[in-house]
Design a protein around this ligand. Structure first.
Ligand code: FES
Ligand code: FES
Length: 158
């Protein structure tokens, strides 16, 4: 059985001891104490566990940690830079794009991946791209508003 002993997460090399087949989500939460990514469906269907792997939004519940051992992983805990939240985190707070918050970290990371690819997304682009992230509280309208706001902020270079 292959064992993974190191992972690059949020710009740091972190030591761990995990079976290569273990899910990235379980390693992040149970070994590295990074609990922002949430366990929802456990089947790649809800997006609550989304993190970035080399900048790509990835369902960590179905991603074996062995497949990402040489990659750069970003979780919600690593989005803030020099004490400043990412513009999309700020926008979520400003428009109140969450109720229970269970989906929020996954939504934000999927949104960050979208904004990296498309700096000026339309509402349709957002809906299409975020379709796999489910919010049981139904805050979709505010999530879209937050994405539009963050895109504007980022374009203005704030
Ligand atoms: S918990 Fe991973 S997609 Fe639902
Ligand atoms: S805010 Fe509750 S699931 Fe989205």
């Amino acid at each position: 059985m292959a064992i993974i002993t190191e992972l690059r997460v949020n710009g740091k090399k972190l030591a761990l001891h995990a079976d290569a087949e273990a899910s990235l989500l379980s390693v992040l939460r149970d070994q590295l104490d990074l609990t922002g990514a949430k366990y929802g469906c456990g089947e790649g269907q809800c997006g609550a566990c989304t993190v970035l792997v080399d900048g790509v939004a990835t369902r960590s519940c179905i991603k074996p940690v062995g497949e990402v051992a040489s990659k750069e992983i970003t979780t919600i805990e690593g989005l803030e830079k020099n004490g400043k939240l990412h513009p999309l985190q700020e926008a979520f707070l400003e428009v109140g794009a969450m109720q229970c918050g269970y989906c929020t970290c996954g939504m934000i990371l999927s949104g960050v991946a979208l904004l990296e690819k498309n700096a000026d997304p339309s509402v349709n682009d957002i809906v299409r791209s975020m379709d796999g992230n489910i919010c049981r509280c139904g805050t979709y309208a505010r999530i879209i508003a937050a994405l539009l706001k963050a895109a504007k902020t980022m374009k203005e270079g704030k």
